[in-house]
Design a protein around this ligand. Structure first.
Ligand SMILES: Cc1cc2nc3c(=O)[nH]c(=O)nc-3n(C[C@H](O)[C@H](O)[C@H](O)COP(=O)(O)OP(=O)(O)OC[C@H]3O[C@@H](n4cnc5c(N)ncnc54)[C@H](O)[C@@H]3O)c2cc1C
Length: 461
């Protein structure tokens, strides 16, 4: 009560229900995030409905000394959206999407998930490249990069970001684009939630005339051959096809490999031809029924990530799929402790490797594969068993990595430094922008880019 009063007195016109504190109806539902293993209790949750609400929340956070966290889609596995004792800026009521078919752009409020955006843009035969699971938030995914089914032909989500309505640490609303602030736009394309709260993202759209998707199911015994084939075929895969290889289980005794792919092309028959070419490398039988349409593709992996589950991830980039790597992968998955856990190997190529006009802070474009070890389970009593498997697997596979990792897949527990997520020149530029817009590091519940002043007092990470 006292906190609500303090929060209310720091602003004008607070509506009942806008701020939740422990004990309020809805508080527990609101502090929940994708990872059911995260059980943090913020001092207050500000359920923002507008940019002005976000500005007020930041004023309150500053005045009351409550470190803010930002909740976009709530999918960050480390639970960066919520902290014990902080102020959660909850954007889940801000989900408006507006398509401009003439400019071929779309504006998206900061709390949207990709499912909402995709269903709005698909009517125009268009898309913003999103992630591979439709319930993921646009906010965190875009600000960290954004790798999905259109990565090969269209690139990353952040490459399509042409503008942002941003509330910075001084509670000011800034419109950021290439003309108004090219450095800040560059930083938002991969630098994470370090620079403020994006209340609205403005994206260019990508023309998606035809898309087909499918899965190639193989036994675990076939994995070494599948990995060798993927390594051999990878340089010939056209930009139009994006694929990933997943180790997955129906139950612990029934583990298998799924090679999932999506192919976007000028027309359906061309897309099917490319899919058939890819398929023929892995299977003798003719190409089976494919799925047609972007929304089906975007939901292809959804069943593997059903909420609520407890999760723990480790990840790294891999540049070469050697025989030793595939042997280590087989051994690691043979010891998998939960039927819900998966290991995903995403192929990176094509437009993913090319920077957009104006550049992007996302700087890991030279890698060929992104490996994610995603442990998932339901019972809190089993936390240590499944986390230990994930860590063991990462330790066994990390020798094949080039040492760097994708910011959106990293959890703080993995202890990856900023230097492993950003190239040196990008990191230096990110720090300069951070120092300009958030010198006191108000926004630090993220993969933190330290302002230059903090660098002198803390170890340089
Ligand atoms: C099941 C699953 C599937 C995934 N698939 C993919 C994938 O295919 N490709 C991929 O690239 N990543 C993927 N990810 C990783 C995902 O990109 C990150 O977890 C990302 O942080 C999620 O964004 P969010 O908005 O849902 O997260 P949240 O937990 O809400 O936010 C995480 C952080 O992002 C920042 N943030 C979020 N919204 C805003 C905003 N509006 N303004 C400023 N900062 C903001 C904040 O720093 C916040 O702490 C996946 C994650 C999960 C759990």
């Amino acid at each position: 009560m006292a906190l609500t009063a303090a929060l209310s007195s720091s602003i004008v016109g607070v509506t009942a229900g806008l701020i939740l504190v422990p004990g309020d109806p809805g508080y527990d539902a609101c502090r929940r995030v994708f990872n059911a293993g995260i059980d943090r209790r913020p001092a207050a949750i500000w359920r923002c409905r507008s940019t002005e609400d976000v500005q007020r929340a930041i004023v309150a956070a500053q005045e009351l000394g409550l470190p803010p966290t930002i909740r976009g889609g709530g999918h960050n596995v480390a639970g960066l959206a919520v902290s014990d004792g902080g102020l959660m800026i909850d954007l889940s009521r801000m989900r408006e999407v507006h398509v401009d078919p003439v400019a071929f752009t779309v504006s998206v409020e900061g709390g949207c998930t990709w499912a909402t955006v995709d269903s709005a843009t698909v009517n125009y035969g268009a898309a913003v490249p999103g992630g591979t699971v439709s319930s993921t938030g646009v906010g965190g995914l875009t600000l960290g990069g954004g790798v999905g089914w259109l990565a090969g032909c269209a690139g990353l989500s952040c490459d399509y970001l042409i503008g942002a309505d941003l509330v910075t640490a001084d509670a000011q609303h800034r419109f950021v684009d290439l003309r108004a602030d090219p450095d800040l736009l560059w930083a938002l394309r991969g630098g994470g939630g370090n620079f403020g709260v994006v209340t609205r993202f403005h994206f260019n759209m990508f023309d998606v005339p035809a898309i087909v998707s499918g899965s190639i199911r193989l036994t675990l015994r076939e994995l070494p051959l599948a990995i060798a084939t993927l390594e051999r075929v990878a340089p010939q895969i056209p930009d139009s096809l994006t694929c990933s290889l997943t180790l997955i289980s129906d139950k612990l005794s029934d583990k298998y490999v799924s090679i999932d792919f999506a192919c976007a092309a000028a027309n359906t028959s061309h897309a099917i031809d490319v899919a058939a070419w890819f398929w023929s490398h892995f299977k003798q039988q003719p190409l089976p029924q494919l799925d047609f349409g972007y929304l089906k593709t975007q939901a292809m992996l959804d069943p593997a990530f059903v909420e609520p589950r407890r999760c723990y991830w480790r990840s790294c980039y891999i540049n070469e799929l050697s025989n030793d790597f595939s042997a280590a992968l087989v051994d690691a998955f043979a010891e998998c402790t939960s039927p819900s856990s998966v290991i995903i190997l995403e192929h990176l190529h094509g437009a993913y490797s090319r920077e957009p006009i104006g550049g992007a802070a996302f700087s890991q474009r030279e890698h060929s594969f992104n490996l994610a070890i995603a442990a998932q389970w339901t019972s809190g009593a089993e936390d240590e068993v499944h986390k230990a498997w994930c860590k063991r697997t990462h330790n066994a596979l990390t020798q094949f990595s080039c040492g760097s990792a994708y910011v959106n897949y990293v959890i703080p527990d993995q202890d990856v430094t900023s230097r492993q997520m950003y190239h040196e020149d990008s990191l230096a530029r990110l720090r300069t922008v951070k120092t300009r817009v958030d010198p006191s590091n108000l926004f630090r519940a993220n993969h933190n880019i330290l302002p230059l002043s903090n660098l002198n007092s803390e170890a340089s990470r």
